[in-house]
Design a protein around this ligand. Structure first.
Ligand code: GFB
Length: 310
């Protein structure tokens, strides 16, 4: 990738897109195209086609998606399927139409079967039933991988896919109804501390295990793969360690300095019991994560306190 070549980052204001944008700027890239969803509705095929014909980007980072935590996925099932399919179909097909040199598609660890062997290896894809709470999102993301592979097989397009684990970092969503667990807990414990509340309510049993990666590590891995990975299939991106949600609650409570207790809201779903990524493919290629969980959460919390909060 030459520093002056044109890069379109779809979803540049989201947590993932903004992290990749920061990373590429740090690396000296200067020629970006970005559009907010108001300026360009990626679900609209003719608008996307017109945009690509006009701009003709050299590279595309496809980080635009409808995303959210377990309740958002489970509630807005139609939009999670429709919006994500439309966005990725339009962008991938238009990228092919104008001969984009390389496209990176971002998926999610929820593409794996609910009871796939842990840690999750890339070849477990499509070997069993999906977790019901995020099946629509997972189906869309699986279709995205297959779109990239189909365009590669038929037209030789260099479209690659990466599957990140659960992410956190700057520009996360702190809305308690739609967010993922980590930002939700930072907010809940912080507010409980400030308001001197006796307990914090966490969803589910606290038993499921999740793996968390700082989005700056993800951006670093994506840049690494943009330079070095040119194959069908996809690459897992994670940190290789997971933690029970109950333990995550204790860790965040400690970082925030909350002194009360934790209660469990058992009316909320647990979701998949575990989704730890096997990152040996990525490690073998030469990339490893750098930001530890405690350090990463501490950094996010410090930044939130010194900025505009959520
Ligand atoms: O992060 P999360 O919303 O999504 O929830 P998933 C992870 C676990 O944390 C679940 C529990 O067991 C939740 O019940 N949890 C505890 C909480 N307290 C809270 C809370 O206050 N808020 C939230 N949100 N959870 C999503 C998928 O699954 O992960 C997506 O739905 C995507 O498709 C994404 O793959 C990365 O990890 O269960």
């Amino acid at each position: 990738m030459k520093k002056t070549e044109k890069i379109y980052i779809a979803g540049h204001r989201g947590m993932v897109g903004s992290a990749i944008h920061r990373k590429l700027k740090q690396e000296g890239f200067t020629n970006f195209i970005t559009k907010t969803s108001k300026q360009l509705d990626l679900r609209n095929q003719s608008k996307v086609d017109r945009f690509f014909s006009k701009e003709k980007p050299d590279y595309v980072i496809l980080a635009a998606a409808k995303v959210g935590g377990i309740m958002a996925n489970n509630t807005y099932r139609a939009e999670f399927l429709y919006d994500n399919l439309m966005i990725q179909n339009n962008v991938i097909n238009a990228a092919h139409g104008v001969g984009v040199k390389k496209l990176l598609f971002l998926g999610s660890s929820c593409i794996y079967p609910k009871f796939a062997p842990q840690p999750l290896q890339e070849d477990s894809l499509l070997t069993g039933i999906l977790e019901p709470t995020n099946e629509p999102y997972a189906i869309a993301k699986i279709a995205g991988i297959k779109m990239c592979d189909a365009y590669r097989a038929q037209y030789g397009s260099n479209f690659i896919s990466v599957m990140p684990t659960n992410l956190y970092g700057p520009n996360d969503n702190y809305d308690l109804k739609t967010s993922h667990v980590l930002p939700a807990l930072i907010r809940k414990f912080h507010e409980a501390k400030v308001n001197k509340e006796p307990h914090v309510m966490m969803w589910g049993t606290g038993k499921p295990k999740r793996e968390f990666l700082h989005v700056d590590d993800l951006a670093d891995a994506c840049f690494f793969l943009m330079k070095s990975f040119n194959e069908a299939g996809f690459v897992n991106i994670g940190c290789g360690e997971d933690i029970a949600i109950g333990e995550l609650g204790k860790l965040i409570s400690e970082i925030v300095g909350y002194k009360g207790t934790i209660k469990n809201d058992l009316s909320k779903p647990d979701g998949t019991p575990r989704k730890l990524m096997d990152i040996s493919k990525l490690k073998k290629a030469g990339w490893s994560p750098k930001i530890g969980l405690r350090e990463g959460i501490q950094k996010v919390y410090n930044d939130l306190k010194s900025e505009n909060w959520y």
